[in-house]
Write a protein that binds this ligand. Structure first.
Ligand SMILES: [Zn+2]
Length: 272
């Protein structure tokens, strides 16, 4: 059993402010240690469940946050941004995936630092259904027949997961009252819940289905500005569907995701 552990930062215990997840700040240096500790809890839980390998994919911002020297010696680490599957790179060689430190989709409330891929995104739909990073990444995993056994983050994310990813377990490490305000559970409790939760989820992963569909996927992205939508449409295959809205269809989820990545990068470049 090979486990992919995708680790984002906004849903890490104690994180509440933008500066907590922004490289170059003092509070970021504090919370990347907690991020590493939560990755280690997932590694430990994986091996307790009998895993033969654990790959930790650093999935936040520039994807160079986890402290390798403090990472469990049994885990390998994927860092850097140039990876085709982005937050779930490594799923190609995995049997089950867990998402640690994730956050609710753009527009969710009350939720800590909720967004979808970029602050430029107002909303994202996959085949007409509103999605966030958990659902998009789960669809990428499904393409490889890999189920997502567990997602950790705030209580709003757990609600989201319960309605959008049937069978996927959640670990709640904080309760938001606002975008930048939350009550985090004690650190020791978070580590224990993550370790036990990942262990139980990996042990129970056999009952999860992850059916490969291979079918065409339509993404609709609503940006926060018309300029971002205009720039996104410079990517061939991306069509304007409204002042701030673009549509794209991939022959499968992989192609749809690549189209979204290119159009998102164009939108970000145009917004600088
Ligand atoms: Zn992030």
């Amino acid at each position: 059993m090979r486990v992919l552990i995708s680790v984002d930062m906004e849903g890490i215990t104690g994180v509440t402010a933008h500066e907590d997840v922004r490289p170059g700040t003092a509070s970021y240096e504090r919370f990347r240690r907690q991020m590493t500790a939560e990755a280690n809890a997932a590694v430990a839980g994986s091996f307790e469940a009998g895993a033969t390998a654990a790959v930790v994919n650093d999935s936040h911002d520039g994807m160079r946050n986890i402290l390798f020297e403090d990472l469990d010696d049994r885990a390998s680490l994927v860092s850097g941004t140039m990876k085709p599957l982005d937050m779930v790179e490594g799923v190609q060689e995995s049997d089950v995936a867990v998402f640690i430190g994730y956050h609710a989709m753009a527009g969710s409330a009350p939720a800590v630092l909720a967004h979808t891929m970029s602050g430029l995104v107002h909303g994202w739909w996959m085949d007409g259904v509103a999605v966030g990073e958990s659902q998009i990444n789960a669809a990428l995993c499904r393409h490889f027949g890999v189920p997502v056994a567990l997602v950790s983050g705030d209580a709003c994310l757990a609600d989201e997961v319960s309605t959008t990813l049937p069978g996927t377990r959640s670990v709640v490490v904080k309760y938001a009252t606002d975008e930048t305000t939350a009550r985090s559970i004690p650190r020791a409790d978070a580590i224990r819940l993550l370790r036990d939760g990942v262990r139980d989820a990996v042990l129970g992963a056999g009952s999860l289905s992850a059916v490969r569909t291979g079918e065409a996927v339509r993404f609709r992205i609503e940006f926060t500005s018309t300029a971002a939508a205009a720039a996104a449409c410079l990517c061939p295959g991306v069509e304007r569907a409204g002042a701030r809205i673009v549509d794209m269809i991939g022959s499968d989820i992989i192609e749809a995701y690549r189209l979204s990545t290119v159009s998102m990068n164009l939108a970000i470049a145009a917004s600088r």
